[in-house]
Design a protein around this ligand. Structure first.
Ligand code: PRP
Ligand code: URA
Length: 210
């Protein structure tokens, strides 16, 4: 793979992913935990955010102190399941803009199909964080990254909660410049291109549609 791939390793992430995996976990709890995981992952993925210094008057004295620099962030969930990660990211950076890319996988071919794209203005000047809990074949993520790059964006990160080796390899090969953060690398894909052991259909579990 490449240096831009980070598999996060933290007991809190491992515990929360185990709760997500459990088919007895209901929609309400699933959604809450996806949000918490996004926040924990975002904390790591945003570690290299550029800082500026501003002058602040404390009750004691005036000091120079760091704040997030002017380069603006855009969070871009891949619909639907990526939506579940947005609140956690906005909790970290409330001023971030949010774009949306709609993709669904064909049930037979497992190929992604784009049905919606709305990105913030001047997206080319922003750091774009693409969020989607599942990186399975990698088709949806790669298409979304191609789309974002076609708008002139240079600085892109991808955050996925669970990845299959196949999907991670595809993203690493096609988008070696994108920094990828994964909380759990699972074993493989099954014949329906679902991640094993995975957590099932993330969109359905977040929105209670099955
Ligand atoms: C899921 C998931 C990813 C995609 C991953 O979306 O949220 O976007 O599958 O699979 P891939 O890596 O093989 O492309 P899905 O197509 O099920 O749509 P949904 O979120 O609307 O249910
Ligand atoms: N999409 C999901 O939601 N789950 C998988 O396991 C694979 C693709």
């Amino acid at each position: 793979m490449n240096d831009n791939i980070t598999i996060l390793d933290h007991p809190l992430l491992k515990h929360k992913i185990s709760v997500l995996r459990d088919k007895a976990t209901g929609t309400n709890e699933f959604r809450k935990i996806i949000e918490e995981i996004a926040m924990l992952m975002g904390y790591e993925a945003l570690r290299d955010l550029p800082l500026d210094e501003i002058e602040v008057e404390t009750p004691i004295e005036t000091c120079l102190t760091p704040v997030i620099a002017g380069k603006k962030l855009a969070i871009v969930p891949i619909l639907r399941a990526g939506l579940g990660m947005v609140p956690g990211m906005l909790a970290l950076v409330p001023t971030a803009k949010v774009g949306h890319i709609g993709m669904y996988r064909d049930e037979e071919t497992h190929e992604p199909h784009e049905y919606y794209c709305k990105l913030p203005e001047q997206v080319e000047d922003r750091i774009v964080i693409v969020v989607d809990p599942m990186l399975a074949t990698g088709g949806s993520a790669c298409d979304a990254l191609n789309l974002i790059k076609s708008k002139g964006v240079k600085n892109i990160k991808l955050m996925s909660v669970i990845a299959a080796p196949e999907g991670l390899e595809k993203v690493a090969a096609e988008h070696p410049d994108v920094q990828v953060y994964v909380a759990q690398l699972d074993r493989c894909l099954n014949e329906d291109a679902y991640i094993c052991p995975g957590l099932g259909d993330a969109g359905d579990r977040i929105f209670g549609t099955k």
